[in-house]
Design a protein around this ligand. Structure first.
Ligand SMILES: [Zn+2]
Length: 109
């Protein structure tokens, strides 16, 4: 499975429309400037914000640098559910055949 944390490399900076619910450090992402993990998701695709360096940076990709064994990450409590800013919805990742889908949670009422 190929999972990303934002846009493709080399592309123009675009604003994020979603971010993973868990913090970048949950995915072993670290700052490529200071190697720290005092990070939040940047407002830009494929970037993280380092609280220590006070920069938006690509960071070290952590587990996104290679194929992710989903069963293993699940066992370790790593989830890939996303939060979408536009409608403030949480979407859970599901595996559909060989595809990954993010389905909106149904709300009561
Ligand atoms: Zn840093």
């Amino acid at each position: 499975m190929e999972l990303k944390y934002g846009g493709k490399k080399g592309k123009k900076m675009r604003k994020r429309t979603w971010c993973y619910i868990q913090q970048p450090s949950s995915y072993e992402i670290s700052c490529d400037a200071c190697n720290g993990q005092n990070l939040a998701w940047s407002e830009f695709c494929g970037m993280v914000w380092c609280y220590d360096c006070k920069i938006d940076t690509r960071g070290n990709e952590g587990i996104f640098g290679g194929p992710i064994p989903l069963e293993v990450s699940e066992m370790l409590g790593v989830r890939f559910d996303r939060f979408y800013f536009r409608d403030k919805s949480i979407r859970k990742m599901e595996v559909k055949g060989d595809k990954l889908v993010w389905r909106k949670e149904k709300r009561k009422g």
